[in-house]
Design a binder for this molecule. Structure first.
Ligand code: ATP
Ligand code: MG
Length: 420
């Protein structure tokens, strides 16, 4: 198949906007006699004048060839074998051109889902395997031209997301593409092609078959990509949110006086602001937000006068986390701090004696406090509490008393067993 070729003089991609590491990989592959192209979001975003999140490379070199060319590389993946070339904190993903799905050696389930396919092909077959037309553009390092096999440039100009091939077939092959459609449309402000929209409404339920571990990765891409609020709204619009957070969807459907919709929306706006300002964000906070209302409702529906509040909260948290784990795997390193954020909430009520100072030294204090103020902003009667803790921190830092955290650190070594 002949691609449409857009020569260097007719497109806006300049090597100055490609990361040095990606250029290094492209040139080294080319110098070793291989074909090497930048592909996917890197090309798409550069053509749109946006800064790409990462750079992906496609080549006719085999994983072993690539591995041999770069000392700082390793082969990863089972479903697809790829090579990661590492330069400090930057990872360049290099993939060998793939063959079509239907070639003999691939593995599929009876309902057409791809399990494994490590069959290699040409640049043409590779292009047809990609999800959206705008994601199937190649920037060829041999002559700096852009190769378009699927009318991606036209869709890019029109601001349109179209799948390559029949949407129903492509979504059955990999239902996560539905989440990708929503993510790209929210991030780029693109319209989803009506035929693709229809397939999403029809096939959303297939997300129930995706492994909870893969959904965790996708959820981070959805909500930590800088357009979380729009993405959330689009996910709900296409009725996909329920397959990620069914309990949250349930409470959102029965919201009263804007809460918890407002709470989630405020939190996501906050996340977007932080990301766009280059500040760190943590999945623990995101998941704590999403599941807070289900936890509260669980406590309301299982009242136990005998039980101390902290214990009731523990039970509710475990319950909600267990149920959520059927859909999304939340690794322990995030579920533990998440529980801490929740468990700090009732403790913010105590503002007398030594308790506030102790709370201030809690490793999760800041996240817990942000969470509290977010609840206040979203309609819970906590304005005064948020205000009190804001002032308390200001006063405390002005006095510059040594933080209790340091005291705890000093105590820790004593608990260790003496070295034998
Ligand atoms: P971004 O990196 O900005 O999130 P991207 O388009 O680069 O967007 P990646 O997940 O980095 O997305 O994938 C790189 C490319 O690999 C995509 O552009 C697409 O061509 C292809 N791709 C990724 N996931 C799939 C999939 N599930 N089905 C088909 N093609 C895919
Ligand atoms: Mg990418």
């Amino acid at each position: 198949m002949q691609p449409q070729l857009i020569p260097r003089s007719e497109h806006a991609i300049s090597r100055a906007n490609i990361s040095e590491s990606a250029l290094k990989v492209l040139y080294r592959l080319k110098d070793a006699g291989f074909r090497a192209c930048l592909v996917g979001g890197g090309v798409r975003d550069l053509l749109l004048g946006r800064e790409p999140k990462d750079f992906d490379i496609a080549t006719d070199a085999l994983p072993e060839d690539i591995r041999a060319l770069f000392r700082n590389s390793r082969i990863i993946g089972r479903r697809f074998r790829l090579v990661h070339v590492r330069f400090g904190r930057e990872i360049i993903e290099v993939a060998t051109f793939r063959a079509p799905h239907d070639s003999d050696a691939g593995e599929m389930t009876d309902d057409g889902r791809i399990l494994r396919d490590n069959v290699y092909g040409s640049i043409e077959t590779d292009a047809m395997r990609r999800d959206f037309t705008v994601n199937a553009l190649y920037y060829d390092i041999a002559n700096f031209s852009v190769l378009d096999y699927a009318n991606g440039v036209e869709d890019l100009r029109a601001g349109q997301l179209r799948l390559i091939g029949d949407p129903e077939v492509r979504f059955r092959e990999d239902p996560v593409r539905m989440l990708r459609a929503v993510r790209f449309s929210a991030k780029l402000g693109f319209r989803i092609d009506p035929e693709v929209e229809k397939a999403i409404y029809d096939l959303g339920h297939l997300l129930g078959d995706i492994s909870p571990a893969r959904l965790f990765d996708e959820v981070l891409k959805l909500f930590h990509g800088g357009a979380a609020l729009q993405t959330f709204e689009a996910l709900r619009h296409y009725d996909l949110f329920r397959f990620l957070f069914p309990m949250t969807e349930e409470v959102l459907a029965h919201e009263e006086e804007g809460f918890p919709d407002l709470f989630v929306a405020n939190a996501l706006r906050n996340t977007d602001d932080r990301i766009n300002a280059g500040k760190p964000v943590t999945p623990a906070f995101l998941f704590a937000v999403m599941l807070w209302e289900p936890v509260r409702i669980y406590m309301k529906e299982h009242p136990d006068e005998e039980l101390p509040e902290a214990q009731a909260l523990q039970i509710a948290s475990s319950n909600i986390l267990n149920r959520q784990a059927r859909h999304i795997t939340i690794p322990k390193r995030f579920s533990l701090p998440m529980r801490e954020i929740w468990h700090l909430q009732p403790r913010f009520r105590y503002t007398r004696g030594k308790r506030p100072l102790r709370l201030l030294g809690h490793p999760r204090f800041r996240a817990g406090y942000d969470f509290l103020c977010l609840r206040a902003q979203s309609g819970e009667d906590l304005e005064a509490s948020c205000q009190w803790w804001t002032e308390y921190q200001e006063k405390y830092s002005a006095e510059a008393v040594p933080a209790p955290a340091t005291q705890r650190k000093r105590r820790r070594p004593r608990r260790r067993k003496p070295a034998s």
